[in-house]
Design a protein around this ligand. Structure first.
Ligand code: NAP
Length: 394
């Protein structure tokens, strides 16, 4: 009897796990379960909508969904529609690939104010996630404080700073794109609590901030005296040296050269947030919108025999999409080792009604067709019920 593996979470780490399993044991039966009726997790909802090159990885994942022994089981939430225990009984192994989708709190006064947004919610809104259809009111937003010095902070700052023309080929949801285009934005502050030598930006993403049509990137030259660390792994040292070089280029830019300024601030710890302002350890800044980009938490999942985890659910919220390939492949080897010594359970199979790959393809086609009419890669369907109706061919 062929073994049956459930992968919970249809994001990149889950698909790379499926890929690793099939490379090691072609013919294994794999069900990829997701609470959404759409696959691809963070690639669909978390990668910035203007980074279509990054999103192109879904073509590899989509090919896996065409394999006869791989099933997509969408619109099924483990813990609500089926218990973890039932899954363990039905499958020979369960791989948890649920990522991390809860914004970490800053833990300072004022962070519950309505103009303070976590990056997960903010980017999910830009990306048309059906649970996050309402975005911030940008009507009077001139100044934005983006907290954090990672690539997510750059994603948020960049999408706010880009002109409508620069966003024209993105799949930002129209209502978010229009709200950003209409906002009276003048200043975006990207705020790091440590010095620039500690920023976790990567070079390509940081350099992109220097090439925006309507925004000039600025940095205080006094903050850039730091040297990259003399020790540590070479790629990290090179990355940090490159960041400092790019930031020194920003420090040479002329303030006011473009209608919008993106200020890179360092050694500035957020202390308190009030309507229209944020207090940092270095002083107070205007901030009509605050977006915290300081990492994520995940939901707890059961541990135990036959349960494995991959991606951010296993490692925490660090690493790019390609990082997950090697990581998930290694876990897939562990799973295959575990299965090797066991007969298939061939247990009861209590999966509730779901959206399958054909349902997803109907959604995909509808979105791509709507996008084609506007010269965009797709226009996302953001309403749960509409997603389900399209998937069911109604
Ligand atoms: P990250 O790189 O870990 O950055 C988190 C930032 O939040 C750090 O600068 C951290 O500062 C700061 N921070 C944490 N707690 C804070 C607090 N209480 N107050 C102020 N600042 C605080 O994580 P990320 O930006 O969320 O990205 C997650 C992963 O996805 C990363 O591996 C990233 O490279 C990847 N990603 C890649 C891309 C891309 O390739 N284009 C795009 C988006 C995300 P400290 O360093 O001082 O802790």
């Amino acid at each position: 009897m062929t073994h049956r593996v459930a992968i919970v979470g249809a994001g990149p780490s889950g698909f790379y796990a499926a890929d690793g399993l099939l490379r090691g044991q072609p013919g294994l039966r794999i069900d990829i379960i997701d609470r959404l009726p759409t696959p691809f997790g963070l690639v669909r909802a978390g990668v910035a909508p203007d980074h279509q090159g990054t999103k192109a990885v879904v073509r590899q994942f989509d090919r896996l969904l065409s394999q006869p022994d791989v099933r997509f089981i969408g619109n099924v939430e483990v813990g609500r529609d089926i218990t973890w225990d039932d899954l363990r009984k039905a499958y020979d192994a369960v791989i948890v690939a649920t990522g991390m989708v809860i914004d970490r709190p800053l833990g300072i006064p004022g962070e519950d104010l309505p103009h303070v947004w976590g990056s997960w919610k903010f980017i999910a809104w830009l990306n048309g996630h059906p649970d996050f259809r309402r975005g911030p009111d940008l009507g009077c937003v001139r100044s934005v404080a983006v907290i954090g010095n990672g690539n997510v902070a750059l994603d948020v700052a960049r999408v706010l700073a880009k002109s409508p023309e620069e966003m024209a080929k993105s799949d930002v949801v129209p209502e978010a794109g229009e709200a950003i285009a209409a906002a009276p934005l003048t200043d975006i502050y990207v705020i790091g609590r440590r010095g620039p030598e500690h920023a976790s930006f990567t070079g390509n993403e940081l350099a992109e901030m220097g090439r925006l049509a309507r925004a000039v990137a600025l940095a205080d030259p006094g903050a850039l005296a730091a040297e990259p660390p003399a020790d540590g792994p070479t790629p990290e040292r090179l990355r940090k040296a490159k960041n400092l070089e790019i930031l020194r280029g920003f420090a040479a830019n002329r303030a006011g050269a473009k209608p919008l300024s993106v200020h890179f601030l360092f050694s500035a710890t957020p202390v308190a947030i009030r309507p229209g302002e944020i207090d940092l350890s270095t002083g107070t800044l205007p901030a009509d919108l605050v977006v915290t980009c300081i990492g994520y938490r995940g939901e707890a999942f059961p541990q135990g025999e036959g349960i494995f985890s991959v991606g951010w659910a296993r490692r925490g919220p660090t690493g790019t999409i390609p990082t997950n390939r090697a990581d998930s492949h290694a876990v897939a080897q562990e799973v295959l080792g575990w299965l090797r010594d066991r007969d298939s359970k061939n247990g009861p199979y209590p999966l509730p009604s779901s959206i399958d790959v054909e349902g997803w393809r109907r959604i995909d086609q509808a979105e791509v067709a709507a996008g084609a009419a506007q010269g965009r890669p797709r226009v996302k369907v953001t309403d749960w019920q509409r997603l389900l109706r399209i998937a069911r061919g109604e």
